[in-house]
Ligand binder design. Structure first.
Ligand code: NAG
Ligand code: NAG
Ligand code: NAG
Ligand code: ZN
Length: 513
């Protein structure tokens, strides 16, 4: 008897990280079951026993988006003053609103952050993860999700006993470390400690590279001159702040041969340092984000007046570059492989809210902007439609590489027999009239988008997860029970060529003994 498919996508132009080609996709039990050459126009292969057909003629069909950098349900009420412990503000999205917003923008997997704090009850990373998991389960999620762990202390006993459990029991194979934010940053000594412990457990280190001392010094200087308006945030973090920290992190990582992923790289200063390390064969990976491709210091000044804080909406760290020259460098890096992945760094705060962005001086404004829903359409419009990057590169950056880097491939990030049937289908080229985005179009729980008024020429038409259509023609069809927690394996992008050329003057290879 012929196989019975739950769903078949015929005549799609299927785009993967390597190919653009036409074939039909047979989906069964939530997985991709069969790929076959396109059959005779719109006709259905007679031998296929099909319950539902999905004709995608001239549509681009891609693996669903994987967003490896999403902040949901997070205790961010811990920031610089007046919130003494962290980033300030209140995270506006939980797993319900965050995953909903992701689906409507073509994303089928998100990786969010379980976050340790310096509070004594957060010493145990396992307890942090269990508590965070409770928040995900409280609402459920429209799509599959996984966790990174943010580590803000170097308790040797915890690292030794708990990291192996995080890997084995929870499948958490990536940690994020900070070089800035008083309440989160690790000093160089501590960075080495945590990196070495992560390395021993094949956990990939993600790093927020900004020089915290430079930022604090510049912030105090600006404040002493009464320069408090939101756009001074950018002056407190000129590109060298990021460049210096990136360079230092690479030197530390190279000492112990630890792979690093630089999150949210925003400047050419940092991209160039990263590129140089990659050229030396080191396992250095990098992420950039939509805000760095669209915004500049000018956006931070746009509405500037002594009483108007509207430009606080654009504040994130690192800030976008001073002018479009950094954007050119970042597009070059997306094209030429400096950047491994493209993520949103969705870090949602409301604007007009007691815990939002409309507060005092720039030091107090929570750092972060929403973007999980606009991530794919923005790169599609500005990158693929303009020809800056190929459709294959788009898939690589937004889906396949995040799956490989974070140990989900080929279950995710691929259109292969056996892969989860997570698929995004775009409108046929030119069929969706270009439209100006407004926040009402979006499904997050935030009262603004930094891309208000920006023109888009395409948007995901269908989002399919586990073989189920969960977003179609502007309608959300999924349910909060559709998403499952994902246990992940190790980084599949390799250790780098430098690994084989140990130079004792450069590398402390003996620490591994
Ligand atoms: C098609 O699949 C259904 C359900 O599995 C089965 O009952 C039916 O016999 C199949 N028909 C053919 C022609 O294979
Ligand atoms: C690739 O892009 C980076 C910027 O990300 C740049 O520094 C580097 O020169 C480029 N390399 C090549 C070989 O084009
Ligand atoms: C440099 C750049 O791409 N800027 C665009 C960012 O988006 C706004 C709309 O939100 C456009 O007006 C800018 O041209
Ligand atoms: Zn982040």
């Amino acid at each position: 008897m012929s196989p019975k498919f739950d769903l078949v996508i015929v005549n799609g132009v299927v785009v993967t990280a390597s190919d653009v080609s036409s074939f039909d996709i047979g989906i069964k039990n939530g997985k991709i079951h069969t790929l076959a050459p396109s059959w005779n126009g719109n006709a259905i292969r007679p031998s296929w026993n099909i319950s539902r057909v999905f004709d995608s003629t001239t549509y681009q069909v891609m693996p669903g988006g994987i967003d490896g950098h999403v902040h949901l349900c997070q205790d961010l009420t811990t920031g610089p003053n007046p919130c003494p412990l962290g980033l300030g503000g209140q995270c506006a999205d939980n797993f319900e609103t965050g995953s909903r917003s992701a689906v409507c923008g073509g994303t089928t997997t998100i990786i969010t952050f379980a976050t340790q704090t310096r509070a004594e009850e957060d010493r145990s990373l396992l307890k942090v993860v269990e508590a965070y998991n409770g928040r995900a389960q409280a609402t459920g999620s429209y799509i599959d999700y996984a966790f990174h762990i943010i580590i803000v202390r170097d308790d040797k006993d915890v690292l030794e006993t708990e990291l192996p459990v995080l890997v084995k029991k929870w499948g958490i194979t990536s940690c994020k470390l900070f070089m800035t934010y008083e309440t989160m940053r690790l000093q160089d000594y501590q960075l080495l400690d945590v990196m070495l412990a992560a390395l021993k457990n094949s956990i990939t280190t993600m790093i927020h590279a900004e020089n915290g001392d430079m930022i604090e010094w510049l912030t105090e200087k600006l404040e002493s001159k009464g320069m408090l308006a939101p756009h001074y945030h950018a002056l407190s973090r000129p590109p060298s702040v990021e460049g210096e920290a990136a360079n230092r992190a690479i030197v530390l990582a190279e000492l112990i041969e630890n792979p690093l992923l630089f999150v949210h790289v925003g400047s050419s200063a940092s991209a160039n340092v990263i590129r140089a390390a990659q050229t030396r064969g080191l396992p250095i990976f990098a992420e950039t984000c939509p805000q760095y491709l669209n915004l500049t210091w000018e956006d931070l000044k746009r509405f500037h007046s002594p009483t108007c804080f509207e430009n606080s909406k654009m504040i994130c760290s690192p800030p976008p570059g001073p002018d479009s020259s950094d954007q050119d460098a970042l597009y070059l890096g997306l094209h030429n492989g400096t950047f491994t992945i493209f993520s949103s760094d969705h870090c949602p705060y409301k604007y007009d809210d007691p815990h939002g962005k409309m507060v005092g001086s720039f030091r107090l404004i929570p750092n972060g902007i929403p973007g999980v829903e606009t991530r794919l359409p923005l790169l599609f419009t500005r990158g693929v439609s303009t020809g800056r990057i190929t459709p294959q590169k788009f898939v690589e950056l937004a889906s396949t590489n995040p799956a490989k880097l974070y140990g989900l491939y080929p279950r995710k990030g691929a259109i292969l027999p056996g892969s989860d049937a997570d698929i995004v289908i775009w409108h046929p080229e030119g069929s969706l009239p270009p439209f100006k985005l407004t926040n009402r179009h979006l499904h997050h729980n935030v009262d603004y988008t930094p891309y208000e008024g920006m023109e888009f020429d395409n948007w995901p038409r269908y989002t399919i997860a586990h073989g189920k259509v969960i977003w179609a023609n502007g309608e959300l069809l999924g349910s909060l029970r559709d998403g499952k927690y994902l246990r992940r394996g190790p980084n599949q992008l390799g250790k780098g060529v430098a690994h084989f050329k140990k130079d004792p003057r450069r590398v402390a290879a003996w620490v591994h003994g």
